[in-house]
Write a protein that binds this ligand. Structure first.
Ligand SMILES: CC(=O)SCCNC(=O)CCNC(=O)[C@H](O)C(C)(C)COP(=O)(O)OP(=O)(O)OC[C@H]1O[C@@H](n2cnc3c(N)ncnc32)[C@H](O)[C@@H]1OP(=O)(O)O
Ligand SMILES: CC(C)C(=O)C(=O)O
Length: 857
């Protein structure tokens, strides 16, 4: 049946009693209520497969560990399992002295008696009796009028009291009594009060001395259930306040709440009910229970905690709580479950991440100043308080922003990346995550960072700084730089002491000073650097002069390697503390044709970390220069701009032009390497051709094709690629995209990209041909003879099926004569073999072994 156009024909609104005298809206909840966990009763009775007793025991122990002092463990009259669980708790001495065991019974004499048998001998027991009091239940379920309903309750209260006194005497048990007017929230509140008055009278009759002695633990518990949640939480709060004010001898009663979540408001109803005067709340850990569940005590407790009130329950290890609940109930916990779900302290979206990152920084600063109050965007409590690490707080996908990514880099690598570098790295991660369509893990992000900035062992770029010596008028020093940019054996105390003095906190060197930013504390004195570098595997010693370490290094790169870069932005911070302190330096470099003032374009970032501040700066320059140089000696990135980018922007073309101009005007030695590779390829191909001429007829075909392809590539490189490459002007005109040469240069990079495509297709062809040759000479490996022995070849009348499947593992090979024969005979027999297959051989059995469908129609 579809939803009704007019639901009022079927559903009537709940009619709350008017209660204008309410005071609860102005109350505050400033202390935890008494908690009762009913996980092992109400939670258990709602499970398709109720818990086994070992599971119940595990859960019980965990509840005790969390700090529950009242635990409803069973409905002992319901089943032997529940009965035995109570005995198990007694026999194994599982119940701490300060914990009360609660058991539920209906208002039926036989079941009450059975309940007492179950708990006989336990130290502290609350016997909980219920009968429904609402009009619907009175009429439909019990067929009782109001008086009869009260009679049912009082009669069984009297029976229960008798047994309690008896068992207290015989077993020394402390008994308390809880009565639930089940379906309280659907019962007329004054009538619920009337029922409870009658029950109270029966239970407390003659016990005046108990209260006169101040034994308040003897108070009767009236538990007010929203057995089914039928109205808004304010209605429930009104009912609770009405009850609290209506019941006499309030001081002799504990008012308890038992809310269910049918409208999704169990937490709100319990919270407002407490404001309305309740002392106690029954619920389950993480909200399992009938239908939509009982109220979730984790949420209630941590809501209090987040307001600065101690909940008297310890959820410090939320993971183990979730494990216990899920493993015992067999139910999952929703990833968005308040305080406990896997994702509840996690932000994927950029603006949330940005705010959280800034929030953490502000929180750290506040705490340093002595104010520990948690005040964090998007995070109501500190995840660490419930056993979460901060790692999961920010997770990155295509919805994320630079702040979140920077947060992860900072958490994982202790690098506080400057804002503009964050933006630059963000585009790297954004691109990756859009391509994959998946979340980027912290590991993905840190390894992308290392790769992008050539940071850390195993992430060297094309250029590596091995060691350097620095001379100036004050001192002369030398350092070697370890392979990993993060650690340097050079620990100059002088360098370290300068970290603070040189810290510019993101201030940029003015372009004209060109890298002398970290010389603020020194007068401008000429420096000379001598550095040992590896570029594309070749060692170079470079030297340069300048007003500081960075400017002299940039001078050396320009003079000896033809790498003309200047610094546009510089910042640094210390990493760690004490004797392990290091400096982290971030540098943005720009090539000569880039406008230093237009910070939206043309920069390349680098990072360096070292115990020596000079080494950290130099490493940052090398890292940035590597970003500019590109990762490998290939042109894919530049060509991608030209061939596959849509729309093809002038900026994309400009960056490809810059790349090829750099290559064309690069150090001559790079050119020699390029030519040497070409010559080696030609010689190798030629050598193979000769081998082919010397007699192996079959191989000449392959070698011939390879030679043809290699020759074509060489011709293309010599006549097209090389002349185009060296035609790029040095320096490039600036601003590039507006210059009249731009269309010509754009055409040149298009030609180069096309040439590169041709080259790569041809070289791929060579590789495939060579692979074919390799496999043909190798055979199939184990067990496959280069020429098949006669016994494996089928002959007319042979019953052995030919092993054709083995043949598939041998690509690109000529067949031996025997194999050719075998193949021919097998194809001639193919149709015959097929027709025989239904009656002969193992395959026929396989094909026919399925039974015809036995389904009846
Ligand atoms: C809201 C709640 O969560 S209440 C707790 C619910 N939990 C459970 O029911 C789990 C355990 N229950 C059981 O194992 C069984 O129901 C038992 C053992 C208690 C009783 O089983 P049975 O004797 O077979 O009765 P049944 O389960 O059909 O219960 C219905 C009978 O109990 C009566 N009844 C229901 N609740 C109560 C009550 N609180 N007090 C007295 N009688 C009650 C019904 O009116 C009905 O009586 P009828 O047979 O005369 O019409
Ligand atoms: C027995 C009562 C308290 C109950 O479980 C309910 O009303 O939900």
């Amino acid at each position: 049946m579809p939803m009704l156009a007019d639901p009022s024909v079927r559903y009537a609104p709940f009619q709350p009693a008017p209660y204008p005298a309410r005071t609860w809206p102005d109350k505050k909840c400033q202390a935890a209520p008494i908690w009762l966990s009913t996980d092992l009763r109400d939670g258990n009775q709602s499970l398709a497969n109720p818990m086994t007793n070992p599971q119940k025991l595990r859960f019980f122990r965990h509840l005790v560990q969390i700090g529950f002092k009242e635990i409803e463990v069973a409905y002992p009259a319901a089943s032997d399992t529940d009965f035995e669980f109570c005995r198990m708790l007694l026999n194994q001495n599982e119940v701490p002295d300060d914990v009360w065991i609660q058991v539920l019974t209906p208002a039926r004499a036989d079941l009450i008696s059975r309940t007492f048998e179950a708990v006989a001998g336990l130290k502290n027991v609350i016997v909980h009796m219920y009968n429904a009091t609402s009009c619907l239940f009175r009429e439909v379920v019990f067929n009782n009028n109001r008086e009869e309903t009260i009679g049912l309750a009082t009669e069984h209260t009297a029976h229960l009291r008798k047994l309690a006194e008896q068992y207290a005497k015989s077993h020394g048990t402390n008994f308390r009594f809880e009565y639930s007017p089940e379906t309280f929230s659907q019962t007329e509140t004054p009538y619920a009060v009337e029922v409870c008055e009658a029950v109270k009278k029966t239970w407390l009759a003659g016990k005046e001395s108990v209260f006169a002695d101040g034994r308040h633990e003897e108070r009767i518990i009236f538990n007010l259930p929203a057995t089914v949640e039928v109205a808004t939480p304010n209605v429930f709060a009104d009912q609770v306040e009405m009850f609290c004010k209506g019941i006499t001898e309030r001081e002799k009663c504990i008012i308890s709440l038992h809310t269910h979540n049918d409208r999704g408001c169990a937490v709100a109803a319990a919270e407002l009910g407490v404001l309305a005067g309740a002392d106690r709340v029954e619920g389950t850990v993480l909200g399992n229970g009938e239908r939509t569940g009982n109220v979730d005590i984790v949420t209630l407790a941590l809501n209090l905690y987040s307001q600065g009130y101690t909940p008297n329950l310890d959820f410090s290890d939320m993971f183990s709580v979730v494990d216990t609940v899920t493993e015992c109930t067999g139910l999952p916990v929703h990833p968005r479950h308040p305080y406990a779900g896997e994702l509840v302290f996690t932000a994927f979206s950029g603006s949330h991440q940005d705010a959280i990152k800034k929030g953490f920084e502000a929180q750290t600063a506040r705490e340093k100043a002595g104010n520990k109050i948690w005040d964090m965007p998007y995070l109501p409590i500190d995840p660490a308080d419930v056993g979460c690490t901060y790692e999961a707080v920010i997770r990155v996908n295509s919805q994320s922003g630079k702040g979140g990514i920077a947060y992860i880099v900072k958490s994982a690598l202790a690098l506080d990346v400057p804002r503009r570098m964050q933006i630059s790295f963000y585009s790297v991660i954004q691109g990756m995550s859009e391509v994959s369509g998946k979340e980027m893990t912290s590991k993905d992000i840190t390894s992308a960072f290392r790769q992008t900035y050539h940071f850390g062992t195993g992430h060297d770029g094309r250029m590596v700084l091995k060691s350097f010596t620095m001379e100036n008028q004050r001192a002369s020093r030398s350092s070697s730089v370890a392979n990993t940019p993060e650690v340097s054996p050079a620990r100059s105390p002088r360098g370290l002491s300068r970290i603070t003095a040189l810290s510019l906190n993101g201030a940029e060197p003015s372009p004209d000073r060109n890298g002398s930013a970290n010389d603020d504390d020194l007068p401008s004195v000429p420096r000379k650097i001598s550095a040992n570098m590896i570029v594309d595997g070749q060692s170079y010693k470079i030297t340069g002069d300048g007003n500081g370490p960075l400017s002299s290094f940039l001078d050396a790169l320009n003079a000896d390697l033809g790498i003309a870069l200047s610094i546009r932005e510089y910042s640094e911070h210390s990493v760690g503390a004490g004797s392990d302190v290091k400096a982290a330096t971030y540098i943005e470099v720009i090539p000569p044709n880039v406008d230093p003032k237009d910070k939206t374009k043309g920069g390349f970032w680098g990072v360096g970390v070292d115990a020596d501040i000079t080494a950290s700066g130099l490493k940052a320059v090398v890292s940035a220069a590597n970003s500019w140089l590109g990762t490998t000696f290939t042109h894919w990135i530049a060509d991608h701009n030209v061939l596959w980018r849509s729309p093809l922007t002038p900026e994309a073309l400009a960056s490809s032009i810059e790349y090829y101009a750099l290559l064309g005007n690069g150090p001559p030695k790079l050119g020699y390497v390029y030519i040497a590779v070409g010559i080696a390829a030609v010689l190798a191909a030629g050598g193979k051709l000769m081998t082919g001429w010397r007699g192996k007829g079959g191989e000449v075909l392959w070698d011939g094709a390879s030679v043809l392809l290699v020759a074509s590539v060489t011709y293309n490189q010599v006549t097209e690629v090389y002349p185009t490459l060296i035609s790029f002007p040095n320096p490039l005109p600036s601003p590039l995209t507006d210059h009249e040469m731009f269309p010509i240069l754009a055409g040149a990079v298009r030609d180069l990209a096309n040439d590169n495509i041709i080259t790569s297709v041809m070289l791929t062809g060579v590789m495939l041909l060579q692979a074919g040759r390799y496999y043909s000479s190798k055979g199939t490996g184990e067990g496959y003879p280069r020429s098949a022995p006669p016994s494996t070849v089928s002959s007319p009348g042979s019953e052995v099926p030919p092993k054709l499947s083995e043949r598939h593992a041998t690509p690109f090979r000529e067949l031996t004569e025997e194999e050719a024969l075998e193949l021919r005979s097998s194809s001639a027999n193919a149709s015959e073999t097929e027709s025989k297959a239904s009656s002969l051989g193992p395959n026929s059995a396989k094909r026919s072994h399925r039974k015809p469908s036995s389904r009846k129609h």
